[in-house]
Each structure stands twice: as structure tokens, then as C-alpha cells.
Ligand binder design. Structure first.
Ligand SMILES: C[S@@+](CC[C@H](N)C(=O)[O-])C[C@H]1O[C@@H](n2cnc3c(N)ncnc32)[C@H](O)[C@@H]1O
Length: 213
């Protein structure tokens, strides 16, 4: 997906992917990450998800990466937080207590700038990217986080019936992308109520990825 595709979506407020509350599968499966209070989570391609609010309310620290500055201005406004904004190389960093969001292309985010991460939560990030970007995405994500554990939510459906995003990412592809560094466990699979975009039967799958150490 071109960056202009996403920037236009935010400009036109066509954000059907944005949930009005924390994701039920995050709330259900988050404890399986086994994190200590105050642990720091990284949310790649975070948008203005209310999952950030939920994680902050649970006492965790959050880092995000998002292309659209509009999204992040809305995120901070909706959290009633006033950000400190600083240039960080090619990116901007929006910060408030326990929250840092890097605004710009996630592929430009470096490990030193991101800082230490205890776990990754990927909802609608891997599946937002076309197949030809997913290998680079998975490698970069592992590189900048030191292969931190992940809770990953994917979509599984017949890609012939509907184009992405969100894309179908098969179990085999997830294994290919991540089995070099992680033990993978499929912990849940639930049918999307009413079908994906109200049309196509789809499963939302929850994966727990724990680093091989
Ligand atoms: C499908 S949305 C998901 C947002 C969020 N994870 C959620 O669950 O609401 C994908 C997001 O990725 C952002 N994005 C796309 N390409 C990106 C990139 N290269 N770097 C950072 N963010 C990107 C888009 O602007 C969009 O907000």
C-alpha cells in the first residue's frame, strides 16, 4: 500500500478499521503475555486505537508508530493529553506520560529511538500490508524490538472474494515470517460477526509469539 493511500484515508476520515472500544481479543488474551506492571508495549501502525487507552489504564507504558500525524493529533486529543513533540530523524515523536508515538514511516524507526520494548501488540498492522511488504515488515519489527514477544491478530479468509486491506495472512505465512525467532501458538480463532466488511466470512485469529531464547 502506498503511504498516500493511508494518508488519504485519514484525511477523508474513512477509518472503518478503527474500533469504538478496546479490542475484545486484546482484553481476553493480553494476560497470556505474562507482563510485569509497567512493562512497555509497542503497537506498530497504531492509528488512534483505543487499545492504547486500555493499556495505559492497565498501568502499562505504550510506544506506537503511525504514518498519519492527523491520527496521532486525534489520539492525544481523545486521551486528553498534551503531547511534547520533537523531531526524531525522519520521524516526529509525540510524547506524554507513559506514551511515545513515532509519527512517520515505521520502516524509518530505529531501535535506539524506539527504546526498550517488552512486548508487541499487532492488531491490523501485518494484515494492513500487501504481501510484498510483509517480509520486510516482520524483519524490521523483530530488529527494532529485539524480537520481543507478540500478541498478533490476523485475518483468515478467501482473498479471491475480496481484495485487502485487511489482507488474509495464512497460518503458513505467519509461520514463515516468524518461526525463525519465535515459538508460535494459535490461541484463538473467532468468526467476524456479519463477515469482513459485512460481506465475506472471515476468522480473526490470535497468535502468541514467544521468543526462542
Ligand atoms: C488498518 S490501520 C490499523 C490501525 C490500528 N492498528 C487499529 O487497530 O486501529 C493501519 C494503519 O497503519 C498506518 N500505516 C500504514 N503504513 C504505515 C507505515 N509505513 N508506517 C507507519 N504507519 C503506517 C496507517 O496510517 C493506518 O493508520
Amino acid at each position: 500500500m502506498e503511504q498516500s493511500f493511508w494518508l488519504q484515508k485519514w484525511q477523508k476520515n474513512e477509518i472503518g478499521f478503527h474500533n469504538p472500544e478496546a479490542h475484545a481479543l486484546l482484553v481476553k488474551h493480553f494476560p497470556q503475555l505474562g507482563l510485569q506492571p509497567g512493562a512497555r508495549l509497542f503497537l506498530p501502525l497504531c492509528g488512534k486505537t483505543l487499545d492504547i487507552r486500555w493499556l495505559l489504564e492497565q498501568g502499562y507504558r505504550v510506544a506506537g508508530a503511525e504514518l498519519s500525524e492527523t491520527a496521532i493529533q486525534q489520539l492525544f486529543a481523545e486521551l486528553a493529553l498534551t503531547p511534547q513533540v520533537a523531531e526524531q530523524g525522519e520521524l516526529k515523536r509525540y510524547s506524554a506520560e507513559n506514551l511515545d508515538v513515532f509519527v512517520g514511516d515505521m520502516f524509518q524507526l530505529q531501535r535506539e529511538a524506539l527504546g526498550s520494548v517488552d512486548a508487541i501488540y499487532d492488531r491490523a498492522a501485518l494484515v494492513a500490508l500487501p504481501e510484498n511488504m510483509r517480509v520486510d515488515y516482520a524483519a524490521h519489527l523483530q530488529q527494532i524490538t529485539g524480537s520481543a514477544s507478540q500478541l498478533l491478530i490476523s485475518f483468515d479468509y478467501d482473498q479471491n472474494l475480496q481484495p485487502g486491506p485487511p489482507f488474509c495472512v495464512s497460518d503458513e505465512e505467519i509461520q514463515r515470517l516468524y518461526s525463525g525467532a519465535y515459538q508460535l501458538q494459535l490461541v484463538d480463532a473467532v468468526e467476524v460477526p456479519g463477515g469482513l466488511k459485512g460481506k465475506v466470512t472471515a476468522l480473526e485469529k490470535v497468535w502468541l509469539l514467544q521468543a526462542n531464547r
